[in-house]
Design a protein around this ligand. Sequence first.
Ligand code: SF4
Length: 72
Amino acid sequence: MKVTADRDRCMAAGHCVVTAPAVFDHGEDGLVVLLEPEPGEELRTAVETAEDLCPSRAIVVAAERAEVAGAE
Ligand code: SF4
């Protein structure tokens, strides 16, 4: 899973840090710092919850492209 956190959109609400502390942290400015841009699947629920809770839509979980054998 790939996730991005846009510091230009972040309003330092902190929901992501509480929801998925292994993936998100705060910088000294209070804005999100992405600790793990490719978290393991075991963290998917937490990361997707953080995406849903973020009030500024700064967190985006990339849509997974279906793996098709023989594609490309
Ligand atoms: S939940 Fe969103 S607005 Fe709040 S700290 Fe995280 S990225 Fe920033």
